[in-house]
Structure formats: C-alpha cells, structure tokens
Design a binder for this molecule. Structure first.
Ligand code: SF4
Length: 295
C-alpha cells in the first residue's frame, strides 16, 4: 500500500518532480506509465515505496569505495533490466526484501555513517530515484556528510538524472553492451546502448571524472564494465566511446567476475566463464586508450 513521505510539500522541487514521475511512471526508459502510487507495477515490479533487501557495510566493492569502514550499501529489490545472467536474481527478480518508509531509509543512511562507512551506496536505484532523493535530502538535514553512490545498471533516463543532480556524488553505472541485438537478447532492452551512452554523458556532465582523496572516492564517474565471453559485451566499442566522447581520464573497472547464473544456460554464447586472455585484451585496450583502470 502506498505511504507518502510525511509531507511531500516540505521537500525540494526536484524531489517532488521525481515523485510525480512515478505517477504515471516515466522514471526510467521503460516508460511503463503505471500509477505506482496506487499500487500498480511495471517492468521493475515495485510500486510506490522502496523494497530493501539488505543494509550494511560491504567490503567487496572497489577499494576506492570501501576504506576501513566499508561501503554502506543499501540493496533495493526489483530492477528495470531483465538480464538473463543476473547474479542477484533473488533480489532483482524475486524481489526479496521489505518495504521501507522515507524515514526508515533516512535513519538507515545515518546509521551507516555512524558505523564509519565511507559512503552510502544505493544498489539498483533507478526505479526508486524519487524515494532515494527524498531520503538523501532528509538525511543531509540531519547530518549526513559522506558521499552518495548511484550504483546502477546504466539504463537510466536523462530527464530523471537531471532531477537527481546534487543528490548524487558518485555515479557508478554499468556499461553492459554496445550492440542492440545483444542487449535485447540478454537484458530485454534493445535501446540499451544509446540510452546508456546518453546517461553516462549526463552523469559525467554533472560530476566529472572520479576524484580520489587518500584512497577514497569523493566525487565523479566510475564506470563498471563486465567482460562477457565471446566479446558479446562490445568492450572495445565501449572503451572507445569513453575515451572519445566522455574523457580520457574516465575511471573504469573492467570486471572479470562473469559466471553463468540464473538463465544463462539457455544462451550458449554466455554459458561459460570468460577466458583470461579475453579479459586481458580489454584491460590492455583500456590502458592504451588512456583510461584509468580501477580494480
Ligand atoms: S521505473 Fe519501473 S515502472 Fe517506472 S518506467 Fe521504469 S520499469 Fe517502468
């Protein structure tokens, strides 16, 4: 059942606009136009309030996000992508978790800061941009000072990202595919390549290249790219896009941890681990193009 924030009128105009974008929902490029405040659900299968599967310090993220206290992750249930190889399918597709109010999200952030986490890391946030912005705004008035991280699959609309400007310190988008047919087959999102590139451009416009102080990320863009077997991710094209159209100083994590999960066994081309040489070729290309490799 829909529970609005205590008093939406007390929030800033961008927060109110983000909430309005959920009814009918045009928060993400799916444009489902369902009325989430009335309990309707679209592709992401989440109605008006966030479902959270876990909250806590996480030490498995990139070292620039971790530090001594860990990255303060908040894992959201539901997702606006349909990746057949999803490694968190119990959270993303089965939606394990419980509903949280804006006040509870706010308190969760402040508690993570009190536990000396290095940042607040919103995992799979795209379909919940409104509640997240409201909670960040509320938490900052109560003393939240650590950076916020938007840890997204990268299928984000530019309009929504513009409204998030100022709420997010570090954008960490995936860049999953360069090819529309592959994006359709593996994530049910044929327009992913162009949507994703436009989103990354907007993210970089807002916050620029990644800035790291004393080993910890403070602000900026950190791209994640998961290498798939058989060059299916279009890794070289994505790296060339970043070098040519974003910045030669772009920080990128070329990730080697792909493993066949969920429904990957139905797709022979991704039903194996990538080989070491496939990963190394991508890393070499990123270095040759001058990008900053983050591991
Ligand atoms: S956020 Fe969810 S309901 Fe809204 S457009 Fe995207 S997938 Fe559809």
């Amino acid at each position: 059942m829909f529970k609005p924030p205590v008093d939406l009128d007390s929030f800033s105009e961008p927060v109110r606009k983000l909430w309005r974008k959920m009814n009918p929902c045009t928060l993400c490029p799916r444009n489902c136009k369902v009325r989430r405040s009335e309990g309707e659900t679209g592709f992401c299968e989440i109605a008006g309030m966030p479902r959270v599967s876990s909250v806590g310090p996480h030490f498995g993220e990139e070292p620039v996000l971790v530090g001594p206290g860990g990255s303060g992750t908040i894992f959201f249930a539901g997702c606006n992508l349909g990746c057949v190889f999803c490694q968190n399918f119990d959270i993303s597709h089965l939606r394990y978790g419980s509903e949280r109010s804006i006040e509870q999200l706010t308190e969760a952030m402040l508690a993570l800061q009190n536990r000396r986490c290095s940042n607040i890391n919103f995992v799979t946030p795209t379909h919940l941009a409104g509640p997240i912005a409201a909670a960040v705004e509320s938490a900052r008035t109560k003393g939240l000072t650590i950076p916020t991280v938007y840890n997204t699959g990268g299928y984000d609309s530019v309009d929504t990202l513009k409204l998030l400007s100022g709420f997010i310190d570090i954008y960490m988008p995936d860049m999953k595919y360069a090819d529309s047919d592959v994006a359709k087959q593996l994530s049910d999102a044929p327009d992913y390549p162009q949507i994703n590139r436009a989103a990354v451009k907007e993210m970089h416009r807002q916050i620029g290249d990644l800035k790291v102080e004393k080993g910890l990320a403070e602000r900026g863009l950190l791209v994640r790219h998961l290498v798939l077997p058989n060059r299916l991710a279009g890794s070289f094209e994505i790296i060339d896009f970043l070098a040519d159209e974003i910045s030669t100083s772009t920080a990128i994590n070329v990730m080697a941890q792909y493993r066949p999960c969920y429904r990957a066994d139905r797709h022979p081309q991704i039903n194996r681990y990538p080989r070491a040489d496939e990963i190394e070729q991508v890393r070499q290309h990123a270095m040759q193009r001058g990008l900053t490799l983050i591991r």
